[in-house]
Design a protein. Structure first.
Lengths: 247, 116
């Protein structure tokens, strides 16, 4: 009798353990990182990431401070010399064109978002605009064609070396990962800009009709576009000094 | 006896897969270690049953204390930053093989050597 109860208990416990094993297997399969990562390690990595982010933020802050101090010094040294004043104005213009200063002015704000999933088309979990990021490139190109003087996408200023490309699950702009909804700001003649985009068979119509994207254009009197926050380095290109040779 | 254990395990696995339950993956490490301890207890019970020394109270208490101790060691190790779960793996893994060896010997003694 005692032995019989033992068999029952062992069988019940065996069923229980089997249950735990199968649950464990399905859990390990469903999690991306797998089962064998101790909690402490994951927490450590998370901590490290947070620390690096804070460090980056602090360095960025310092960079901006130093830059504003440089500007102050420049302005202080600005004498009444007309030539120097002219040179400073010229410098400011080049700074604006390279995108290393915040700018503001009239323009348009274009928002692009993925189509809402419907019953007929529930979507496959991928973002349309991210897969077809070339549409963003086309849009930027059209804006430039229409005479936009400064363009930014989700806060990333588009400058001469900016890329828009799909990298893994993100669309990288200025090497910063971005995700929809996309807000594209452009400074320029707002009427020209918006009519260039929304012309018949134009880019916006293509995006709406062919891809079902939700595109909206808003004209505004004043738009602020942030500066390019990266570092522009020339490692290969060198200026050719033509004037020196001609003289 | 060993048949009851195997049948129970298979039934449990099938049941688990059909129910398709998952839990948060943060706990997966604790469960793995507790599972190791539980499997060891189960094999130990099977062995002692075959030796005729089985006792319900000993098995059940051992089953729960071992599983809990394993999970606690993992937790403590995580907190202290020392991989204490190695202790669980080594001890219970070692005992697993030992118990299996004993079961093997008992079966061989019972069914093969006695016939001679």
């Amino acid at each position: 009798m005692k032995n019989k109860s033992g068999i029952i208990v062992i069988t019940v416990i065996a069923v229980f353990i089997g249950l735990a094993i199968s649950i464990q297997i399905s859990t390990t399969d469903s999690s991306e990182i797998g089962g064998l990562i101790p909690v402490a390690k994951a927490q450590g990595l998370e901590q490290e990431l947070r620390q690096l982010r804070a460090e980056k933020e602090a360095i960025m802050q310092e960079y901006l401070e130093l830059e504003s101090r440089l500007k102050e010094i420049e302005e202080k040294n600005l004498s009444d010399d007309a030539f120097l004043q002219e040179a400073t104005r010229e410098l400011e213009k080049y700074r604006m064109s390279t995108g290393v200063v915040d700018v503001k002015g009239p323009g348009i704000i274009v928002t692009v978002d993925d189509p809402l999933p419907t019953e007929d088309n529930p979507g496959d979990g991928y973002s349309t605009i991210m897969l077809r990021y070339d549409l963003l490139l086309l849009l930027v190109n059209k804006l430039k064609e229409a005479g936009a003087e400064a363009i930014s996408i989700n806060g990333q200023r588009i400058i001469s070396i900016s890329e828009i490309s799909l990298a893994g699950d993100n669309v990288n702009i200025n090497t910063v990962p971005t995700a929809p909804p996309y807000t594209i700001k452009a400074i320029g003649n707002s009427d020209t800009l918006s009519s260039t985009l929304s012309i018949r068979y134009g880019i916006v119509e293509t995006m709406r009709k062919n891809f079902g994207l939700i595109v909206e254009i808003v004209k505004q009197e004043e738009i602020e576009i942030p500066r390019y926050s990266g570092v522009i380095k020339f490692r290969y290109a060198k200026p050719i000094n033509n004037t020196a040779e001609e003289e | 006896m060993i048949i009851a254990t195997i049948v129970g395990l298979i039934a449990g696995v099938v049941l688990g897969f059909t129910l398709n339950i998952t839990y948060p993956s943060e706990y997966s490490f604790y469960i793995t270690m507790a599972l190791l301890a539980a499997i060891d207890s189960l094999l130990g019970a099977t062995r002692s049953y075959m030796e005729g020394k089985y006792n319900n109270a000993i098995f059940l208490s051992g089953f729960f204390t071992n599983a809990i101790l394993a999970a606690v060691l993992v937790y403590l190790g995580d907190r202290l930053g020392i991989p204490l779960y190695y202790a669980t793996i080594l001890v219970f893994g070692g005992r697993l093989f030992q118990n299996l060896a004993m079961i093997r010997r008992i079966i061989i003694d019972k069914y093969f050597l006695k016939k001679e």
